[in-house]
Design a protein around this ligand. Structure first.
Ligand code: NDP
Length: 454
């Protein structure tokens, strides 16, 4: 199946202009044989010309101006997508395969999916939904049921663009294709794992969404748990969607907060006023649109255990914060110390080496304990590094490529979407009860003072 129409709902929004359209331009540039009918719709009263200009500008931002020639029949429709009549008007003229991409706020997606039940969908309709998928386990399950009344599971693409990131995918190759890594990938050899996404961006006028989500829902619930699943799943028989998604879901099903103790093994914090580069950043609570009484965290951390025979006893820490300097997005796999180090070496290594995947810029390094030099048996650290960029594709380019080919391998399965909420529910309950203090850190710092940084 090769969908012929991409219909973006929420065409005037931030996701569409900043991520989807540039990625679409890059995809069309990369695959000259691909053609597409592109439709935009949304509640803004845009003209056809304004939409076409937006598409051209976004393609240009990805150095893909020429690809504009291959989107045909581009048009924009003003529509409230929660209204059945508007949806009918939008969908009835479309024939043949179509991808409907919900680039709208989560509550609007839910209402639109309900409304779609009263609309005849074109043949071969594929639905693409953004995060957050629901706002707890029950609402995710309910949304899954609604979607399954519209199309079969293999026509539902729950987008998590971290699954399209080159370095996330690279974990698969490094894990499964290297004899020097594959046998070491277990609690027998790995001491701890950190998955971290700290960014220097502050709220950036996104309070309408972020102040309801916070760092845990925005980053940990979706993206970082997907990375954890890729790191910890058993080897799938194939990289096909059933095997890969099944292996990831099994890993998530085995995941719990460390010692089932969300009070000891979660932390939350919020930034106070500070400076990032030349910019003065106001305190999170003074950002426009923030309601301080919500106590939304801008930095979240949890430690989990994956209770399988491969991983029991290894702490996996997931952490993400805003307004943190420097930007650090990485997976850090720390190996256990060797069982015995012959007497005579100078210094103790402290660990048995570290494998580090940088999620941006795309890079990998292996930190080894080596000796030599003036004192031939003194141990010191040396790093073997490889730069995996530049020239790598955007995460959304991979996502759109699969989506437009009707392949759901890089999307989140129905069960996995529910599991991610289940894992975090005890933490959310503890935070709501006020059992975990809301700490503070200055914008532009590395986070709260005693917070470990690597
Ligand atoms: P925005 O608020 O910027 O855009 C949402 C768009 O939906 C706007 O064009 C809005 O129009 C439109 N819209 C709202 N209600 C309706 C309606 N009833 N009928 C038709 N159109 C409607 O949000 P984002 O683009 O930031 O986010 C969209 C989704 O993508 C969210 O689920 C978000 O979590 C997800 N996401 C966003 C990322 C980002 O960086 N922005 C990154 C990853 C995921 P109007 O302005 O007129 O209300």
């Amino acid at each position: 199946m090769r969908p012929a129409t991409l219909l973006i709902l929420g065409a005037s929004g931030d996701l569409t202009s900043r991520l989807l359209l540039p990625a679409l331009g890059q995809l069309l540039q990369r695959e000259p044989a691909r053609e597409l009918r592109l439709r935009g719709a949304g509640s803004d009263r845009w003209t056809r010309k304004r939409w076409q200009d937006a598409v051209r500008t976004a393609f240009a931002s990805a150095d893909a101006e020429d690809a504009y020639d291959r989107v045909t029949d581009t048009d924009y429709t003003h529509a409230d997508i929660t209204q059945v009549d508007d949806l009918k008007q939008l969908l009835e003229p479309i024939t043949g395969p179509v991808v409907i991409y919900f680039a709208v706020p989560p509550a609007v997606t839910v209402a639109a999916c309900e409304a779609l039940r009263k609309v005849k969908l074109p043949d071969d309709t594929m639905l693409a939904l953004e995060k957050p998928f629901g706002d707890d386990e029950a609402s995710a399950a309910s949304l899954n049921q609604t979607l399954l009344r519209l199309v079969p599971e293999d026509h539902i693409f729950r987008v998590d663009h971290f699954l399209g990131r080159a370095t996330t995918l690279n974990v698969l190759g490094v894990r499964f294709a290297n004899r020097v890594v594959e046998p070491l990938w277990s609690a027998e050899h790995v001491r701890s794992v950190l998955v971290r996404f700290d960014e220097s961006l502050a709220l950036e006028n996104r309070a309408r969404y972020y102040d309801h989500a916070g760092a845990m829902v925005d980053m940990l619930q979706s993206h970082l748990l997907q990375v954890l699943a890729i790191l910890t799943m058993e080897p799938p028989a194939t990289l096909g969607d059933r095997d890969l998604r099944g292996a990831k879901t099994a890993a998530l099903r085995a995941t719990r907060i460390w010692e089932d103790n969300p009070v000891r093994f979660s932390r939350r914090a919020r930034y106070t006023a500070g400076t990032i580069g030349d910019d003065k950043i106001p305190s999170y609570v003074d950002e426009p649109g923030v309601d301080p009484s919500r106590e939304t965290e801008s930095l979240a951390e949890i430690t989990c255990e994956v209770r399988t025979s491969r991983w029991a006893g290894v702490p996996f820490t997931l952490r993400s914060g805003k307004a943190i300097v420097p930007n650090t997005a990485e997976i850090v796999v720390v190996f256990r110390e060797v069982r015995h180090l012959p007497d005579g070496f100078g210094g103790t290594p402290g660990d048995g080496g570290v494998l580090r995947f940088s999620l941006g810029p795309d890079a990998m390094s292996l930190e080894l304990n080596v000796n030599g030099g003036e004192d031939p048996f003194a141990l010191h650290r040396r790093t073997l590094g490889v730069d995996l960029g530049p020239g790598r594709t955007r995460a959304y380019t991979e996502v759109l490529s699969e989506l437009l080919d009707g392949d759901v391998t890089l999307s989140v399965g129905a069960d996995a979407a529910e599991e991610c909420w289940r894992i975090l529910q005890p933490v959310r309950d503890a935070w709501r009860r006020g059992d975990v203090p809301l700490e503070e850190y200055p914008a532009g710092s590395r986070g709260p003072a005693d917070w470990p940084t690597s």
